[in-house]
Structure formats: C-alpha cells, structure tokens
Design a protein around this ligand. Structure first.
Ligand code: PLP
Length: 408
C-alpha cells in the first residue's frame, strides 16, 4: 500500500543527503572528539564545523552559544530548569497554556516546587493577547518561556516582539523560546530581529535529521546551570560524549532547509492550502483551527463536527494515510487536546480534530489522495454518529455546547 505521510510535525523522514553525510562517522571517523590522538582531533573539528554552520543559520554569532542535546525535550528542560537553578531569588515564570508538554509539564513541576507560574491564555484563533502578556510581567519574574510555532495548529507567536517587550520591561528577565516546529520553516536571526531571545530550543527530527539530536542556543551571559553533570563536554554545560554522527546530521539538515527555505515553504504552503480549500468544499461543518492567525505553512488542523478524531485516524490509516489527532506525542489518549481546548473549540468539534502536517517530500498526489479519501470517511462516520442528525445533515447540539453557548 502506498503511504501518504502527513504527520511531519510528529517526525520527519531523514533526508538521503543527511543520511549519507552521517554514515562515515559511524564506520570510519568514529573517534571520541575529546581524545588526544590525531584522528580524534579531526573528529572534534567536524563537531566544531557543524556547530559553526548551525550558528550561522540562526544568525547566532559565536558558535559556542550552541549546545548539542539529545532532543528538544532535553533542550527545554535544560533551559527552564537551568535558569531556575541559576537564580535563587526570583520565583515567577510566564508561559502559555498551549505549549508542548516538554515546556508545560516542566513549568507545572516547578510550580509544584513553590514557584508562581502564569499560563497565558489564547483567543479562539490561537493568538496571545499582548496586553495580558505585559500585565503578567512582574518584578519577581525570572523567566518567560513562549513557543515560536505551535505543534498542533501551526500558529506562530510574535516571539521577537515578546522578547523585546520583556527586555525593555526588565533586562534581567530571561527569555526562552521552544522553536522546535519553526526551525527550518521560518527564518530566525538571533543577532537581529530575535536579538532579545536568550535561549532557543529545537531538535533534528522535525527537519529531516534523525531522532536523538537536539540543540539549545544559550546567549552568552545567560544564567543557566547544566542539567547533565559529569564530564566537561560542551564547554561544561552538558556532560556526555558528543553524538558525532547525529551532530553532523543536524548541521546537514539545517544546510538543506536553509538553502531552499522560501522555495520549499512556498511549495508546502500551496499543498496545504489546496487541501484546506478542497476539504472545505467537500465537507460541511468543518473548521480549520488557527486559520485566521499567522501560521506555519505546513500545518493544517481540521475539526469535523460530530465525529471522533481517533476513528478518523484509524480509517485514514487503513488507506495508508498517516496523520495525527491531538498532540503527536500524546496521541493514543482520548482526552481532547489542551491546545484546542485553549482555543475554545466547541465540544462537538474538538473531539473530531485531525492534524495534517507536510514536508518537502509531500506531493500533489498525496494531497489528491487525502481529498479522495477523507471526505468519504467523514460521511461514513457521521452516518454512524449519535451526534449527527442524518435527516437534516447537521450536528446535534451537545449538552456541553449548550452550556458553553449559555456561558459565553
Ligand atoms: N516542542 C515542540 C513544539 C514539539 O512539537 C515537540 C515534539 O513534538 C517537542 C518540543 C519535543 O521534541 P523532542 O521529541 O525532540 O523531544
């Protein structure tokens, strides 16, 4: 069966060029970059060159500000916990209610340890309220951690502006962003527009490098203590022998993404937009979540009233179409997504949400296939749904939505 892979916000295929680039570092140049003999010194140089390349793509200046980690979750943990460990006095953190669990759960954990955490809300399009943000900044605020682009809806937050406002209010507040979904999709320049960002996290497997490699940008002078303590690798900021093949892979993946950023993202946007237009023509009672906000070009989060996201996923997978419902990392649970709940998506729609996310490897044929199959599935599932009125072809009002409508 032909597979249509439309779940690129969960993970991506390793690019063939990336795979090629990393192989010699398993089989020939396998040395520990900290060893003193000549072949190992050349391995250390390769790590240094990879770091330089990544720093250049991010406009980061000094490459020493790039720290290699194992994944974005580790980068986020290092950033947030590292700042908390380095600052014993301030005890307030600002984040948003739509972060990935790799930020949200870390903040909740710190909250349980006695910190105050403000979880900013979003409006129904997924946008933050800048006035609410300004009001949340306090004299004891230690850290602001706001994601760049949302993994479920693709909605982009104005991180450069939020970082500027933060620093203009109090230059001692540390600003972190989880840029896992935006790296390789949006241009970032840490010395220009994003110069007020102190910490930036991402991982390789969202941009065609393998799973198991991530990075954290730490602006020089940012108070942030290490999470992994032991050897002196990574300038003493993360113990553990460097994962050389994967570091090479991450650098190569960034070279590829940045070389064709505009062209690729335009192509991906066209695919995504064609899908959304066609689905809206063919399926009644759907909504595209986050459509009115600035969004990543590759992400489409579609809610179909009166059916279950999990049933849609199951049916799609019977046809070889891979997508996701809720957060990629939590799919498999039947709880509606915390992100869509934060957007106040009505009860009847929030359960029937599905995310398609594309990459440079998707084609027009993939989109045609989804357009051919998906509306049929929706019709079939609605016929069997107690929440769908088959006579009038409209959703039955749910008790939850009646309460919701009365209260809003
Ligand atoms: N942050 C965001 C926004 C993500 O989308 C993800 C993964 O989906 C992560 C963090 C965690 O990434 P990793 O799997 O590299 O730890």
């Amino acid at each position: 069966m032909r597979i249509v892979y439309a779940d690129n916000n969960a993970t991506t295929q390793v690019a063939p060029e990336v795979y090629e680039a990393m192989i010699p570092f398993f089989t020939e140049n396998y040395f520990n970059p900290s060893s003193m003999y000549e072949p190992a010194r050349s391995t250390a140089e390769v790590v240094a060159r990879s770091r330089e390349g990544i720093a250049r793509h991010l406009g980061a200046g000094d490459p020493k500000q790039i720290l290699f980690t194992s994944c974005a979750s580790e980068s986020n943990n290092t950033a947030i916990q590292g700042v908390v460990k380095a600052n014993p006095t301030r005890r307030h953190i600002i984040t948003t209610s739509v972060e990935h669990p790799a930020v949200l759960e870390v903040c909740r954990d710190i909250e349980r340890g006695g910190f105050d955490v403000t979880f900013l809300s979003v409006d129904q399009d997924g946008n933050l309220d800048l006035r609410e943000f300004v009001r949340a900044l306090r004299p004891d605020t230690l850290l602001v951690t706001v994601m760049h682009a949302n993994n479920e809806t693709g909605v982009i937050f104005p991180v450069a502006e939020l970082a500027r406002i933060t620093k203009e209010t109090d230059s001692k507040i540390v600003f972190h962003t989880d840029a896992t979904q935006s790296i390789g999709k949006l241009p970032i320049d840490l010395q220009r527009e994003y110069r007020h960002v102190d910490l930036l996290s991402f991982s390789g497997h969202k941009l065609h490098a393998p799973k198991g490699i991530g990075a954290l940008y730490i602006r020089r002078g940012t108070p942030c203590r290490p999470l992994l303590i032991g050897g002196h690798q990574e300038g003493g900021r993360r113990a553990g022998t460097e994962n050389v093949p994967y570091i090479v892979a991450l650098a190569k993946a960034m070279d590829l993404a940045m070389a064709n950023l505009d062209e690729e993202q335009t192509k991906v946007r066209q695919l995504r937009d064609r899908l959304e237009t066609s689905l809206a023509e063919r399926i009644s009672h759907i909504q595209i979540n986050g459509k009115a906000a600035p969004r990543l070009p590759n992400t489409s989060n579609v809610s179909c009233y009166s059916i279950e996201g999990e049933s849609m996923l199951f049916e799609l997978s019977e046809y070889g179409i891979c997508a996701s419902s809720g957060s990629a990392c939590t799919s498999g649970t039947l709880e509606p997504s915390h992100v869509l709940r934060a957007l106040n998506v009505p009860f009847m729609a929030v359960h029937g949400s599905i995310r398609f996310s594309f990459s440079r490897y998707n084609t027009d044929d993939d989109i045609d296939r989804i357009i051919e199959i998906f509306p049929e599935i929706v019709t079939r599932l609605r016929r069997a749904s107690p929440y769908w009125d088959a006579k009038t072809n409209i959703p039955r009002q749910s008790a939850e939505d009646t309460v919701h409508a009365k209260n809003s």
